[in-house]
Write a protein that binds this ligand. Structure first.
Ligand code: AMP
Length: 306
């Protein structure tokens, strides 16, 4: 089957409904486009495990707190479609905010507040603190995308760790789809791939390596037996102190299961380290599950719907 491409929402919803009628399982990868290997890895997982694969490309204005960032976000649907065709994707679609929410756009073109979805408790702290309204925007569009596509399984990247927790909550409330979170795809030197990396100069790319290096030194601390969250957090933040060209936003460790900084006795059982920092014009995020590296995969089993 060759790639079907729709630039509005209704035909995409109809295409997906027809696939469901045929009894096909639908794998879904929501993206904002400017696709790179990280995205393509998710698509390949979907192609390998579902009958048909659907990718959405939508630069969701609801999740941007900085209008400049929204405006400068890279967009190239033709290039994205070429990449997707080459790896067996079946449908790529995009749309506009009014197409996604036809009954909820006010006279100013904004979404009516009643349509916004709560992102749940995992949205608190870290990205939730740094980017006002970001996870409300994520929860709202992901909820809507799941209603449009009604996927069997949806694929997300661990690079956006907290987002994956929010998405899991959305899926839990909707009763599906199953959420699969895939490992972070990195450049050879360790930089996590991101559409925003396109906006980094050569020298800024070098500077940006500090994020993955800081995570690696925190991982080494963990592997040496350290479980005290303050020590781990200090290890994570240390490389940023005095470093030029980079401004640390946060360096944090969280217990994997409880999503808190520490348990009552202040020792972590299993832990994810997370960093956010600004390099030149771009804000970057990255994380690592300590002691497990990239090989491990988290499966959020939110009851599947077929
Ligand atoms: P975005 O286009 O940035 O909204 O990302 C779309 C999906 O791709 C999200 O689930 C991201 O977590 C995932 N993603 C982005 N970058 C990477 C990466 N380097 N490795 C794995 N997944 C990624």
């Amino acid at each position: 089957m060759s790639l079907v491409r729709y630039e509005s929402v209704s035909p995409a919803a109809e295409w997906c409904a027809a696939q469901r009628e045929l009894g096909k399982t639908i794998g879904f990868v929501p993206t904002m486009g400017a696709l790179h290997e990280g995205h393509l890895g998710l698509v390949e997982r979907s192609v390998a495990s579902c009958d048909v694969t659907v990718v959405s490309v939508f630069v969701n204005p609801l999740q941007f707190d900085d209008p400049g960032d929204l405006e400068r976000y890279p967009r190239d649907l033709d290039a994205d479609a070429r990449l997707l065709e080459g790896i067996g994707c079946d449908l790529v679609f995009t749309g506009t905010l009014p197409q996604f929410f036809p009954d909820a756009i006010d006279e100013m073109g904004s979404l009516e507040p009643g349509t916004l979805r709560s992102p749940g408790p995992c949205a608190e702290g870290l990205e939730g603190d740094s980017r006002a309204g970001h996870f409300i925007g994520v929860a709202t569009i992901v909820h809507r995308l799941f209603e449009v596509v009604v996927p069997t399984r949806a694929f997300f990247g661990r690079k956006d760790y907290q987002q994956a927790l929010v998405v899991q909550e959305v899926a839990r409330r909707l009763g599906g789809p199953e959420i699969e979170v895939c490992p972070t795809s990195r450049e050879e030197e360790g930089l996590a791939q991101s559409s925003r990396n396109q906006r980094l100069s050569e020298s800024e790319r070098e500077v940006a390596l500090i994020l993955s290096q800081a995570l690696a030194s925190c991982d080494a601390k963990w592997r040496s037996g350290v479980r005290d969250p303050d020590t781990l957090q200090a290890t994570l933040a240390a490389p940023f102190e005095g470093a030029s060209g980079v401004r640390l936003d946060y360096a944090a460790v969280r217990d994997l299961a409880k999503w808190t900084a520490e348990d009552p006795i202040g020792r972590l059982d299993s832990c994810v380290a997370l960093v956010a920092a600004r390099v030149g014009p771009v804000r970057l995020i990255d994380n690592l599950i300590l002691g497990e590296g990239e090989a491990c995969e988290i499966q959020f089993g939110a009851g599947s719907r077929t």
